[in-house]
Design a protein around this ligand. Structure first.
Ligand SMILES: [Zn+2]
Length: 225
């Protein structure tokens, strides 16, 4: 990944309501799909988490948590909307930290201590939300029945990030090179050369942009002759 600049992260973000679809889930792990709930960070960022209930919809869509816990969180969210909104803000703080952390890894910069501290805090909360049970000859980690805390979604994202995403070889972590995208994904292709979140969307957009740039250039050089 030479020739790419780190994303500008300070563009104004529009918050949109959004129905999640299969094509939104391309990261290879829910922790990256969560970061991708902001799309277009390089040009016109749109944030698809417009409420705590939307965060629950997203968590259900990617099967992040058991349904019984999601139901409890939805009930709690209706009773305590302000606490739910505060938890959404904390989840977004983690999301933006994870975007900075992963892009830093991709572009070869060192994460700050604050980034790692925030990730660790949520990761530990997720571990604390689990119990170990012996079942049918195996020890299994399961979410406790009283684990339905508003911050559980953020905690589980941090857990997946630490346990499943960050141990991957760093050249398998990618940022889509398509225009107005910046989605993160795991490149699990055999050749390890995947550049786009989705070939049909960003791959073609990038190709046609290059095609138009080239033909414009050709027209221009003909004019200049
Ligand atoms: Zn893309």
């Amino acid at each position: 990944m030479k020739n790419c600049q780190p994303m500008q992260s300070r563009l104004p973000v529009t918050i949109e309501s959004h129905q999640f679809r299969n094509r939104d889930i391309i990261g290879g792990d829910p922790a990256l799909d969560f970061v991708n709930t902001v799309t277009g960070r390089d040009q016109s960022p749109r944030d698809w988490l417009d409420s705590y209930m939307r965060l629950l919809e997203w968590a259900a869509f990617v099967h992040l948590l058991p349904e019984r816990i999601l139901r409890t969180l939805a009930q709690k969210g209706r009773v305590e909307p302000r606490a739910a909104a505060a938890a959404l803000a904390r989840a977004k703080e983690l999301r933006e930290t994870l975007f900075a952390l992963i892009t830093g890894i991709v572009y070869g910069s060192v994460p700050t201590k604050a980034m790692l501290a925030l990730l660790r805090e949520h990761w530990i909360a997720a571990i604390n939300a689990h119990e170990l049970r012996f079942d049918d000859g195996r020890v299994v980690a399961e979410l406790r029945n009283d684990a339905a805390d508003f911050d559980l979604i953020a905690s589980m994202i941090a857990y997946r990030m630490v346990e499943h995403v960050l141990p991957l070889p760093k050249d398998r972590l990618r940022i889509c090179q398509g225009p107005n995208c910046s989605w993160l994904f795991i490149d699990s292709s055999k050749a390890g050369r995947r550049r786009w979140c989705d070939m049909a969307v960003c791959g073609n957009a990038a190709k046609s942009r290059r095609f138009y740039a080239r033909s414009r250039q050709r027209r221009k050089s003909r004019r200049d002759e």
